[in-house]
Design a protein around this ligand. Structure first.
Ligand code: MN
Ligand code: MN
Length: 468
């Protein structure tokens, strides 16, 4: 081979990732900051699955989506189920039987849930017991300001929504940690996996007594008194409650240049917001667009509101009804089988201090655009949803054509660990599905990090997918 030919060939090597910032025009860069502004305010108003679902329904209504089937032209449907999963549909020019373009993401994030009998006192302090939800590193939740968000159903059946710890003037809550001076035996000399116990994640909620020295449980009573005066609650009401303990505070710009965004819950509300915005900004796509938001991904997608539920089939039945068709089981399955989908979830960004757990050629990096993950799972692809080469090829060409900056990402070295998303629960319908989402640093921590350029590229990628 001549020198000239080698030079030509080397240009075809896919060794060079493209940094979003290197590729975008000045105009597009301005759009990135504007988009991030809206994203941060969404994050601040949607820290739990319920809050996120409510916010989506509210934003969808403003964009002309209706829960009244067939009331809009083109058909724009929003449907919420148990206030924890939501679907938005926009009918396309092509017949429904040809399949839909679907994006699915999850609304839940790792957190501490209050137990059903949470309140107790110990050494003249009041606490609430918690039960952690999802895969979190327990020590990250110690010694930091925490907020309580959630819902309580009172004995008369009435509903109370609570959010304490977000306003400047609100109190916050915290889980105390042992001082380093005395941590040697109970923490320092132990394995990290054994040093932090779930039953020690007890939330400090008070320190004043109620009544005089003869009153029994007077520190606990003092909190019950406040809950009763402020919210009309009695202790038994806490049994019929879903109170979630989340990091207090707003999403913040990170770094001198502000190009990173730090917040609780980028996993997976970055994909929630970008797919929501993508369908809201769509006019009349070729194929019907469906954006689905589900709960419980962090605990295996179980239950009525998780990705394993039948909600999707029910939404497709609605779509058929809105098109004046009988929603027969067989037709619903045919539509789903002809559909293509993006499992919109985040991938782990290569951690600069732990590069050894990643395989550098195949790891996602911050700032390099939307990440395509052909398969998830662990070890020998156990539990994987593995997209067909044909489908990967189609998405890759679509993104190249539409100037969406993308990269590929495999979660860590082969033997290092692994994880899964909701892709494997939709794949059994026969649809093509692949994971696409931004890379996240400090994933599952109270302060996750994303790159603003990636979030914008995520939005752009989802939009061109829904338009295709
Ligand atoms: Mn996720
Ligand atoms: Mn997760």
């Amino acid at each position: 081979m001549k020198k000239q030919e080698i030079k030509k060939m080397s240009k075809k090597l896919f060794s060079k990732r493209r940094l979003v910032w290197d590729v975008m025009s000045e105009k597009e860069k301005a759009g990135v900051w504007e988009f991030d502004h809206q994203y941060k305010s969404f994050l601040d108003s949607a820290k739990t699955e319920r809050e996120a679902a409510a916010r989506i329904v509210e934003m969808a209504a403003k964009s002309g989506f209706s829960s009244d089937l067939g009331s809009t032209q083109p058909i724009r449907i929003v449907r919420s189920f148990l206030e924890k999963s939501v679907a938005l549909c926009l009918s396309g020019k092509r017949p429904l039987e040809e399949g839909i373009n679907l994006i699915i993401s999850h609304l839940d994030s790792p957190r501490l849930d209050l137990k059903q009998n949470p309140l107790y006192e110990d050494i003249d302090l009041s606490f609430m017991k918690t039960h952690y939800y999802g895969g979190l590193k327990k020590f990250q939740w110690l010694a930091r300001p925490l907020a309580i968000h959630g819902r309580v159903i009172r004995s008369d059946g009435s509903t109370l929504d609570i959010m304490v710890g977000e306003d400047e003037d609100d109190p916050v809550f915290t889980v105390a940690d042992i001082l380093p001076h005395l941590a040697r035996k109970v923490q320092t000399n132990k394995k990290v996996s054994e040093a932090f116990e779930g039953e020690k994640l007890n939330l400090m909620v008070g320190s004043l007594p109620f009544g005089n020295e003869d009153t029994k449980d007077r520190f606990k009573l003092a909190i019950l008194n406040i809950l009763n005066e402020q919210y009309g609650l009695i202790e038994e009401d806490l049994i019929s409650a879903e109170l979630e303990v989340v990091p207090a505070g707003r999403a913040r710009d990170v770094g001198w240049d502000r190009a990173l965004t730090g917040a609780y819950g980028h996993d997976d509300r970055s994909c929630v917001f970008t797919s929501l915005r993508a369908i809201m900004d769509l006019h009349r796509p070729q194929k019907t667009a469906l954006v689905l938001f589900v709960d419980k991904e962090e605990v295996g997608s179980e239950g009525a509101t998780g990705a394993k539920s039948k909600f999707l089939e029910s939404v497709v039945a609605d779509l058929m009804t809105a098109h004046g068709k009988e929603p027969h089981y067989h037709e619903i399955q045919t539509i789903l089988m002809n559909s293509r989908a993006i499992s919109a979830d985040v991938n782990g960004a290569m951690d600069p201090d732990y590069q050894d757990v990643h395989e550098k050629r195949n790891a996602a990096r911050l700032g390099y655009g939307i990440c395509l993950t052909k398969f998830t799972g662990s070890g020998g692809k156990y539990g994987a949803s593995d997209a067909n080469a044909e489908y990967v090829g189609w998405i890759r060409n679509l993104f190249n054509q539409k100037k969406v900056v993308w990269q590929t990402g495999e979660l860590g070295k082969v033997d290092e660990g692994g994880g899964g998303t909701v892709a494997k629960f939709l794949a059994p319908y026969g649809m093509n599905i692949m994971d696409c989402g931004p890379a996240v640093l400090s994933m599952h921590s109270p302060f996750e990090i994303v790159h603003k350029g990636d979030i914008y590229m995520n939005y752009k990628g989802y939009k061109v997918f829904l338009e295709s």
